[in-house]
Design a protein around this ligand. Structure first.
Ligand SMILES: Nc1ncnc2c1ncn2[C@@H]1O[C@H](COP(=O)(O)OP(=O)(O)O)[C@@H](O)[C@H]1O
Ligand SMILES: [Mg+2]
Length: 297
């Protein structure tokens, strides 16, 4: 587990307030749950993934059924090796499932064994490392996907400027990645992913390498970005408080083979602030998810 902030640890271990109710709607079964007022944007049906490793087959994911609504924020949590990255890569079409179907907006992202590149254009990715090119400025890095898509230079740079404002990097357009802090580089990576207006943002432990205070700030910013961009977000993290803070629903995975252990709704009002984390409702959800995770030991 990555270290959480003292605030978060204190919150998670605080005794339950008298009369506080368990706010989380934790489902014991991994039922696909299309929301009545949201159309399904991403859907995994009976997805299995077996890697053929040198030492033999590795069952990374088993019977995954998950429906994610348009504009929804879903966090995936679970211990290292439980299949989070595998699930994200399958969702994005970077990795084919061994069996099962993956659809985006009702269309399969696979045409037989070939990926549908049209479907793939809807996705933006952010990984743990910002992966910026050191010889490009921040604006050039952010605008790179647009360059690859043939957008003219003037428009690219105008868009980069707009995105810098959105992620709080105004004034750093001409800086080089080495001149920025880790948190700022990660913001640039988010801006780059947003450059072509993806409808789906897939994030794999994007703040895992940041210090706790920067991470708190990035969580607040990501919340605003999600609200402004209206994108569907699938966010992988080790941190249960981070998962709960950001998500509409938290999907907890169990390892060997990776299965959906539970799906928990987070009915906390938005926008959320760091004070949200000291509410009994937040703490109850975190405590329940920690309990489920501990059961696996
Ligand atoms: N390319 C691969 N070849 C063989 N096994 C893999 C490969 N990628 C991941 N695995 C295995 O699949 C399981 C899930 O891995 P991963 O999706 O990376 O988990 P997480 O992101 O939750 O840490 C692990 O047991 C891992 O060792
Ligand atoms: Mg991973």
């Amino acid at each position: 587990m990555t270290p959480d902030t003292p605030l978060r640890d204190a919150a998670a271990s605080a005794p339950m307030a008298p009369g506080a109710e368990i706010g989380a709607g934790t489902l014991p079964v991994p039922a696909p749950r299309p929301d009545a007022n949201q159309s399904a944007e991403l859907q995994l049906v009976d997805v299995n993934k077996i890697y053929q490793a040198r030492t033999g087959p590795v069952e990374a994911l088993k019977n995954i059924n998950l429906t994610i609504g348009r504009g929804e924020f879903v966090s995936l949590v679970g211990r290292s090796g439980c299949g989070k990255t595998t699930l994200l890569r399958i969702l994005s079409g970077l990795l084919p499932p061994t069996s099962g179907s993956v659809t985006a907006n009702g269309e399969s992202i696979w045409r037989g064994t070939r990926r549908d590149d049209q479907a793939l254009k809807q996705f933006g990715f952010v990984f743990q490392e910002a992966n910026l090119f050191p010889w490009f400025t921040i604006a050039e890095n952010i605008a790179l996907p647009l360059k690859l898509r043939g957008v003219a230079k003037k428009q690219r740079l105008a868009r980069a400027e707009e995105l810098c404002a959105q992620v709080g990097l105004t004034g750093f357009e001409g800086s080089y990645p080495r001149e920025l802090s880790g948190g700022m580089r990660q913001r640039a990576a988010i801006a780059r992913a947003l450059s072509y207006n993806p409808s789906i943002l897939l994030m794999d432990e994007p703040f895992g390498a940041l210090d706790a205070l920067t991470r708190d700030r990035m969580n607040l910013e990501l919340q605003s970005i999600h609200a402004a961009a209206g994108a569907t977000v699938v966010f992988v993290t080790h941190s249960i408080p981070e998962a709960v803070f950001l998500a509409d629903r938290v999907v907890l995975l169990s390892p060997r083979p990776g299965r959906i252990r539970s799906v928990t709704s987070v009915p906390l009002a938005r926008p959320r602030s760091l004070e949200t984390e000291s509410t009994p409702q937040f703490q109850d959800i975190v405590r329940e998810l920690r309990r489920q995770l501990d059961e696996e030991d």
